[in-house]
Design a protein around this ligand. Structure first.
Ligand SMILES: Cc1cc2nc3c(=O)[nH]c(=O)nc-3n(C[C@H](O)[C@H](O)[C@H](O)COP(=O)(O)OP(=O)(O)OC[C@H]3O[C@@H](n4cnc5c(N)ncnc54)[C@H](O)[C@@H]3O)c2cc1C
Length: 275
């Protein structure tokens, strides 16, 4: 199928983009890499009459390194991260996550900001940026705001973003040189969306330990008890702890999916701390 008729505009500065969104009203929609929105338009699941292309905005392309974090412009592509053209604040984790997304043609166009805004529960950045405690920087016509990634995603394909707002940056904390991480994606074929994701970051120097189960059909689960045991005992948490925490939070999942998730989480922990 072909998309319903639409126009595309290419604002040259951020302020023009927010104005175009406002004047376009319900018919206006942002586009960045088009790798999620394009297929939806072709299937006529989305029928915007005006696309506001933000992929060439300088503010969204820049990557800034600060003392404690890296700010990725929302239009940074998966391929730029994969190729190491951006700093990696988690000692190689971002490169590995990017490398596992789809295949190269998709990674050349698809952006980190588009992925976060789309909030597909099986998408890689949704889980990876949750385990990293990233912050989302948002610009609106009247004000700017920042939110924790975990609060930003409300559920499957649902975020806190208002229709007149634009994600401009994704801020990822810089972890210490001794950080350990694991990212384990279960999917049928390499490059497909995940059936289950386990993600772990352990950084004793920063007193940080987080364990996440992703691709759960909604927002990723932060497994606090599993992380507490991992941090305190420096040992693999009991298998029941992981299973029980997943079962308590992901009530809509069948036993096989819960088992897959617990497996992914266990393997991510093993990758991170080599237990
Ligand atoms: C065949 C295929 C396989 C894929 N496999 C995977 C996979 O394994 N893992 C994975 O994680 N992803 C996968 N993807 C999705 C891919 O990563 C997309 O690139 C990503 O989800 C969307 O990024 P985009 O820049 O293309 O966004 P677009 O398609 O341009 O936009 C997506 C949504 O985000 C909004 N948006 C875009 N930019 C902004 C912004 N700056 N601020 C606010 N809203 C914005 C748009 O309005 C739209 O609603 C796959 C895609 C394809 C086509």
């Amino acid at each position: 199928m072909k998309p319903a008729p639409f126009e595309v505009c290419h604002p040259d500065v951020l302020r023009n983009a927010t104005e175009m969104l406002e004047t376009g009203g319900q018919g206006a929609k942002l586009i960045s890499g088009g790798q999620s929105l394009g297929p939806m338009m072709n299937l006529r699941l989305a029928r915007p009459s005006q696309l506001v292309d933000v992929s060439r905005l300088a503010e969204l392309q820049r990557v800034d390194e600060r003392s404690g974090s890296v700010l990725f412009g929302a239009a940074t592509t998966h391929a730029e991260i994969e190729d190491g053209k951006t700093p990696d604040p988690i000692a190689g984790m971002m490169r590995q996550v990017a490398r596992g997304i789809a295949y190269r043609v998709v990674r050349n166009k698809g952006t980190i900001g588009g992925s976060v805004a789309h909030a597909d529960p099986a998408a890689d950045w949704i889980s990876a940026l949750t385990v990293a405690d990233a912050k989302i920087h948002i610009a609106g016509k009247r004000s700017n705001r920042t939110m924790a990634m975990h609060d930003f995603v409300l559920g499957a394909y649902t975020t806190d973003l208002r229709t007149d707002e634009i994600i401009i940056k994704i801020e990822v904390p810089k972890y210490s040189k001794n950080v350990r991480w694991g990212y384990y994606k279960i999917c049928r074929k390499v490059g497909e969306f995940a059936d289950a994701i386990g993600a772990t970051i352990v950084d004793p120097e920063r007193r940080y330990c987080r364990v996440v189960a992703g691709a759960v059909g909604g927002k990723p689960l932060i497994l606090a008890e599993t992380a507490r045991q991992l941090a305190q005992l420096a040992a693999m948490p009991a298998g029941e702890t992981i299973h029980d925490e997943i079962a308590a939070s992901a009530t809509g999942l069948d036993a096989a999916s819960r088992h897959q998730l617990a497996t992914a989480v266990g393997r991510a922990i093993t990758e991170a701390v080599g237990l």
